[in-house]
Design a protein around this ligand. Structure first.
Ligand code: TRP
Length: 333
């Protein structure tokens, strides 16, 4: 466990267990935010937010496995239980109790205007539930129950962070200073384009991504489907499948290699078959250490349970304290 003479800055972040992580999740976020554990002045708590996951359609039969998979992948991507705390959100019921308290001070109308809520409403019109509406209130509770000051998130989560700060401010104004106003920490991560050549890698389109647990064969097959052109042209494409391939080359084989391909593209031409073969191997080699680590933990379920137990024991002590403070201030104790 880390020790520090000054009070550490608390970091909190969470991910929903929606299936295996992909290259975009890893290079665009997780990798960056797990690196924060290396700083002595930070005390990191990372969560699998299973209660947020069930606000969208899901399969209760697979769900425990999905939660376990994200736990394994956090560890595989480098979460070091000696340096950071790992928890499953629903194991700390204090989050829900604090979320309820917050729900009494936040207007419904403001929740209805959030872009994330509006998007979900459009995407899952038959699954518009109260949990979905109050999703950001539970997220505020996740963060504030640990009085976290820094929250590593992607840009899409900034409105939620703003709402978290609003709740903290309002609570402090109504009941007395209790919560800090947490800041977003925008993880400096790579933009990983979709294999379709349009937009970025995204879980919602299975054809768009390479997951962290894909084997070499799968990676080859997925790259084979990336749309290409004749391999030659007057200008390097900035969108589409070829642009995706060039970006992936840069990320996994380096900038020099990308420049080589660009030169070929503008002169004698590229053979995509061999480019894709080499790229598949490079991606696979980058994923191998992650997959090995995942397998290490997969074979040690007791170790994984112990890591969660320790993380949750640590987190729960803080959570209870904060909840009691909030209840006392609200006249409930
Ligand atoms: N809303 C986040 C997402 O969809 C997940 C999340 C839930 C979260 N609670 C959080 C992220 C607290 C950071 C902090 O990605």
């Amino acid at each position: 466990m880390k020790t520090s003479s000054t009070t550490p800055t608390r970091i909190f972040s969470g991910s929903r267990p929606t299936g295996p992580l992909h290259l975009g999740n890893y290079l665009g976020g997780i990798k960056g935010y797990l690196a924060l554990q290396e700083k002595k002045e930070y005390d990191c708590i990372y969560a699998v937010v299973d209660l947020h996951g069930i606000t969208s359609p899901y399969n209760p039969q697979n769900y425990p496995q999905q939660v376990q998979e994200l736990v394994l992948e956090y560890l595989a991507c480098g979460l070091d239980p000696e340096k950071a705390h790992l928890i499953i959100q629903s194991h700390i019921p204090e989050h829900i109790e604090l979320a309820y308290l917050f729900s009494t001070i936040y207007p419904v109308s403001r929740l209805q205007q959030l872009p994330t809520y509006k998007d979900k409403k459009k995407n899952q019109p038959h699954y518009v539930n109260l949990g979905l509406l109050s999703y950001p209130v539970l997220m505020a509770a996740d963060i504030l129950i640990y009085k976290a000051q820094l929250v590593p998130v992607g840009k899409d989560q900034l409105p939620h962070l703003e709402l978290t700060r609003e709740i903290a401010r309002k609570f402090n104004r109504l009941f007395g200073k209790t919560f800090p106003e947490p800041q977003a920490y925008l993880t400096p991560g790579a933009y990983v384009p979709s294999l379709t050549g349009q937009g970025k890698m995204s879980k919602t389109n299975p054809k768009s991504y390479i997951s962290l647990i894909d084997n070499l064969e799968t990676i080859k097959n997925k790259l084979a489907k990336v749309p290409t052109d004749t391999g030659k042209g007057k200008k390097i494409p900035s969108t589409g499948g070829v642009a995706t391939l060039f970006t992936l080359v840069q990320l996994f084989q380096g900038e020099e290699k990308r420049k080589e391909y660009e030169k070929l593209y503008l002169s004698t031409g590229i053979k995509y078959q061999s480019l894709k073969k080499e790229l598949a191997l490079a991606i696979y080699q980058a994923l191998q250490p992650i997959q090995e680590k995942r397998n290490y933990y997969l074979r040690r379920p007791k170790l994984v349970r112990d890591i969660l137990t320790a993380g949750e024991k640590y987190a729960r002590t803080i959570a209870r304290e904060t909840l009691n403070e909030a209840k006392e201030k609200m006249g409930l104790l």
